[in-house]
Design a protein around this ligand. Structure first.
Ligand code: UDP
Length: 382
């Protein structure tokens, strides 16, 4: 039977492994970590018993019915609506920006149409096609709301000026002229009752899948496999030969408190003089559980150094130029496909990498059966 190697046991690697195993291939999955789950890893904190989102909050949301139905096979999902708060010098507000945020911020009592006109009057009408994150904000919400909620947070999160960042980063967030403070627009929004790691273990639980943890990929491992799928960072695969792509890494300061620390799962801190970007209180991701003590993690962002885990691809102009060179180098390779957020250097959510992995498995199997050219990326990096 044909054996395939998958590097990375996060959602990309696991979903792909399962789909290819179900198509009759023997799959060997390796991961440098000693647990599966990648950046979605969840684990019970020993001090409190709370299920921790170890690499920061992951709230599953999708409008893709295929992805949603697929996940039901691998665990119980409990509906969860993410209602983020922002703690500013002017008080605590609801995010995404909605009618309540606008009325509270401007101390008004506007109805939806009035608020729409009011915000339109604040917006910069001279910006037609926003060229960067700042222009995107100024075009849609104007300077006051941008500076209160986005400018400082973005500088802390991305470590650069918002004019250098792509506009799409802000397109992730809706602006609403009604009172819905649900952070996402997606039809399905939920959390896995027993954590993401359990779901990913279940996805990988198949007779044709063998998982080897605490194992780094090196070129010698690739022999003996008909094809390799690589979910690690694209620049790392090439030994950073042309230089490092820009990524932000995250770190967390952990605290244990009695009772309820902040009354909700996520509070963002957009002020520049507060060093963390947000505070996460993990017990609020599982309101069906009871705990005496509570785990709180303050999240900080910084530039990725040699031994840090990369999290957020920056995709600045300088990165895209370097990326084009790595993509060109990848085009000379045979027998490998780069997958997932790190392999394609794209800011993707869980539901997107799952959809990509399912589509790739389908396309790859069809091309393999025809001895056709095999896809090089699960999604174009450029
Ligand atoms: N953002 C912000 N203030 C906030 C929340 C988000 O400026 O309170 C901006 C920031 O640039 C962030 C982007 O919007 O990186 C996307 O936010 P999202 O919550 O989608 O980020 P994630 O959950 O992926 O970290």
């Amino acid at each position: 039977m044909t054996a395939l190697l998958i590097v990375g046991a996060g959602f990309s690697g696991a979903v792909l492994a399962r789909a290819l195993a179900e198509s009759g291939f023997d799959i060997h999955v390796i991961d440098a970590a000693d647990v599966v789950g990648g950046h979605c890893h969840t684990a019970r904190d020993t001090a409190t018993g709370v299920m921790e989102h170890v690499y920061g909050p992951h709230i599953f949301h999708t409008s893709n019915d295929t992805v949603w139905r697929y996940l039901q096979r691998f665990g119980e999902w409990v509906p969860f609506i993410n209602r983020v708060k922002a703690c500013t010098v002017r008080g605590v507000f609801g995010l995404p920006i909605n009618l309540h945020t606008i009325n509270q911020f401007f101390n008004r009592s506007m109805r939806p149409d009035e608020a729409r006109d009011f915000v339109a009057a604040l917006s910069d009408a001279n910006i037609d096609q926003p060229a960067n994150l700042e222009e995107q904000a100024l075009k849609f919400i104007g300077r006051d709301l941008y500076e209160a909620f986005f400018r400082g947070y973005t500088i802390k999160q991305w470590g650069c000026d918002p004019t250098e960042l792509p506009a799409d980063i802000l397109k992730r967030l809706p602006v609403r002229f009604h009172y819905d403070d649900n952070y996402y627009d997606s039809i399905h929004q939920a959390l896995p009752k027993h954590g993401y790691t359990r779901v990913i273990e279940n996805i990988l639980d198949h007779t044709r899948i063998r998982v080897q943890l605490a194992t780094r990929c090196d070129a010698s491992m690739q022999s003996g496999f008909a094809h390799v799928f690589h979910a690690g960072a694209l620049d790392a695969y090439f030994g950073f030969g042309d230089g490092r792509l820009g990524y932000r890494t995250m770190h967390w300061q952990r605290e244990v408190h009695d009772g309820d620390y902040q009354g909700t799962a996520i509070i963002n801190y957009p002020e520049l003089d507060v060093p963390w970007t947000r505070i996460i209180e993990h017990q609020h991701f599982a309101p069906w559980e009871q705990h005496q003590r509570t785990l709180v993690t303050r999240e900080f962002s910084r530039e990725t150094a040699a031994n840090d885990l990369p999290f957020y691809p920056k995709r600045l102009a300088v990165d895209l130029a370097l990326l084009a060179r790595y993509v060109e180098s990848a085009q000379n390779l045979r027998g490998i496909t780069f997958i997932g957020r790190l392999g394609t250097y794209r800011y993707l959510d869980m539901h997107q990498v799952i959809a990509d992995a399912l589509a790739l498995a389908h396309d790859w199997c069809a091309a393999y059966a025809r001895s056709d050219t095999l896809p090089l990326f699960s999604r174009s990096p450029l």
